[in-house]
Every structure is written in C-alpha cells, then in structure tokens.
Design a protein around this ligand. Structure first.
Ligand SMILES: [Zn+2]
Length: 390
C-alpha cells in the first residue's frame, strides 16, 4: 500500500464527512462525488426520486464504460442524525484527524467506505491505464438510513427500464467486525415486525371478578414466543431470533385494570423460513398460549426485508482472493447483522458486502483509523483488478 493511496482515501473521506447529508438531505455529498467521477470519464446521472408521504431524495448513478461485465459499487451518502452534539468530543461534520483517527458522522457508515472505493477506482483507472473491458459504476443513494423508498429500489427500477444490467455488486457497508476484511457478508436475515394486542375488559382492580385483565395473558404469550426456538440455524445463517421490543399498556391509574395490552416483536429469520411461514409460526404460538389463558388477541405484521443468500461462487471467490492478497488473512463468510440495500440488489445480480469495521456506526464520536481506510482501499483496489482481469 503506497502512502499516497491511503492519504487519498482519508482526504476523500474528510471531504464527504464535511457534507451535512443527514438523511434525507443531500448536503452536497452527491455533488461532490460526481465532481470526482466526471473528470475520470464517468457518465453521471443525478436522479431525484419521489413517492407519496416521503421526502424527495437525491441519488447518483455514475457509469464508466458500456460493456460487460458490469461491476457496480453500491452505497449511501446519507447519515443518521448526530444525536446529542454536545456529547461529541470532535465536531461531527468536521472531518478532523487526531492521532491517526478520522472523526465524524459517516466515518464508517459509510462515507469512509465510499472514499475507499473511490480512491481504489481512481488509482486503478489512473495507474492501470483505464478500464480495459466491461463497465464500472457507482450506485449511491441518499435514502438508506431512512425509509429506503426513494433510493436503491427506485434506482434499480430506473436501470432496468433503461435496459442496463448489473453482473456483480459490491456493497460498501461497514461489514467487518474485529479487523477490516475479516468478513464477507454473503446474505442477510429477513426481518419482520409483529404487533400483538390482547383484549380484556376494563374495570376496578378491587372488583377484578368483573373485569378481564389482559396483562398476564399478554405476558404468557410473550413468554411462549420468546422461549420457543424458531430453529437451530443453517449452513450459512445463525439461528433465527424473535425479540420483544415494545410492551405497552394504555393506563395511567394503578387501581384500574386496563382494557387492552400490547407488545411488539422484531423477528430476524434465516433461510429456513419465508415471510408467510414466519407469520404462520408466530400466529400458531400465539394461538397455543391464548388457548391456555383464554385470551382474545389481534395480530398484525409490518416491515419488509426478505432473507437472501449469495451462494459462494465466482464473485465471493474473487473477493476472498482480494482480501487474502491485501491482508494475508482469509475472511469468514457471514450473514449476521441488520439489513442493508443488498436486499434489493440481490434480485438483479450476485451481491457481497465488504467494508470497514462497524464498531462506532451510528454512535457519538463515530470514527475510523486511517490504517483501516488504507486496508480497505487496498482490498477494493485488488478486487477491482481481479474482477476485470476475469
Ligand atoms: Zn450504512
């Protein structure tokens, strides 16, 4: 790794962090990115996407070349809010470097990752004499951290309508754990939210025989759902998980038995399940517990994010080799963690996720060591080289 390349990635990341692109604000981030890509020959498309009841969102699609194979780098320039700004020891949009560490919102999620791929691509195109075959593109959204409606799904539909196809996609989310490149994410669990309402009969707690208390009934149902394993995991996935996340009883009096009680659950499910299968499983557990305590309940589901897996194959092998070259270590293939826009891209082409360590993502004092930026840039650089060497 030449120090030039690592300096380049750090400077690019600094410039991006200084754009205040708190979701869904563009904040100058996409304009800046296009200004880096256009001189290198990329055709840049600024795409504002709209939908009912959601803010307009700006996105960027930049492509170099017209032929196959088409390698796409996907990411987002929007960042989550800074939270309590007074709690930060460095300004969240300052991009300060202190002691070899770059601070700022988006340092790891995921302006740092975008900067690394940009540095790697520009280096490849510059020192390698340009793209010898195929196409290289950036698919960058301003709506990943929010509802993800006016971002990647609409960009992909726009590409499809133009007749453009992708052959492989790298998502630069912070997918590493202890060291940069220790994991390639080859899939993600599905996610769904369940809302359970148990109905009772309101009344005076001193005359409980005239009321019907929904609270212990709900507690029994939560216990049943929380203690019944969904599965034991599969070859590439950890066991599915159901977590009670909200418990609420609309009541402000200590001597009133409430008329209803509700709970919300978030379920992360692996490739042994489908969305309809998960809904049926939750409903059956609720019905079992409800029979035991004679509970009347209503159950509804919301949220999207289906489970997917990119089966190990050429794309995974190419990335594995690039990581081995750059770090001297072999990565693990994993599917843990939360969802990302890879869940939309997997319908178009094989997709893998490799990025920075996620330790400080969304936190106060989000930061990235410059050494991590250097390592990731080197991984990406070798990946691009190997991909187009084909
Ligand atoms: Zn992210």
């Amino acid at each position: 790794m030449s120090s030039n390349k690592s300096h380049a990635a750090a400077a690019l990341a600094q410039a991006l962090i200084r754009c205040r692109s708190v979701t869904p604000e563009e904040g100058g981030a996409l304009t800046w990115l296009a200004s880096q890509l256009e001189p290198a020959g990329f055709a840049c498309h600024r795409l504002t996407m709209r939908d009912h009841d959601t803010p307009d969102v700006e996105n960027l699609y930049a492509r170099l070349g017209t032929g196959a194979p088409h390698l796409c780098f996907a990411g987002h320039t929007d960042v989550v809010p800074v939270g309590d700004e007074a709690a930060w020891t460095r300004p969240p949009f300052g991009g300060e470097i202190v002691g070899g560490v770059l601070y700022g919102r988006g340092a790891v999620d995921m302006k740092g990752g975008i900067a690394c791929f940009l540095a790697a691509a520009l280096d490849y195109l510059g020192t390698g004499g340009g793209l010898k075959r195929g196409s290289l593109s950036f698919l960058i959204t301003g709506d990943e951290e929010s509802v993800a409606i006016n971002g990647t799904p609409k960009l992909l539909a726009w590409l499809k309508a133009r007749g453009e196809t992708l052959d492989a996609c790298l998502v630069g989310e912070p997918a590493s754990a202890e060291a940069v490149g220790d994991q390639i994410k080859i899939g993600r669990r599905g996610t769904v939210n369940a809302r359970l309402v148990v109905h009772g009969k309101q009344g005076h707690s001193a005359y409980a025989e005239r009321a019907e208390n929904p609270v212990p009934k709900l507690a029994r149902m939560i216990d049943r759902l929380s203690t019944t394993p969904l599965d034991q995991g599969s070859q590439h996935f950890q066991p599915s998980s159901l977590q009670a996340t909200i418990l609420s009883v609309p009541n402000s009096a200590t001597n009133v038995i409430p008329g209803s009680a509700r709970a919300n659950f978030n379920i992360r499910y692996n490739d042994l399940h489908t969305r309809p299968g998960i809904e049926a499983w939750v409903r059956e557990r609720c019905e079992e517990a409800a029979r035991e305590v004679d509970a009347r309940f209503a159950l509804s589901f919301e949220g999207s994010g289906t489970v997917f897996l990119t089966e190990p194959g050429p794309l995974v092998d190419t990335m594995r080799a690039a990581i081995q070259d750059a770090t001297g270590r072999g990565p693990a293939l994993t599917t843990n963690g939360g969802t990302s826009d890879a869940r939309f891209i997997k319908d178009f082409c094989p997709v893998v996720e490799v990025g920075l360590r996620n330790a400080t993502a969304h936190q106060v004092d989000e930061n990235v060591p410059l050494a991590d930026l250097a390592t990731l840039t080197e991984i990406y650089r070798r990946f691009i080289e190997r991909y187009f060497a084909g």
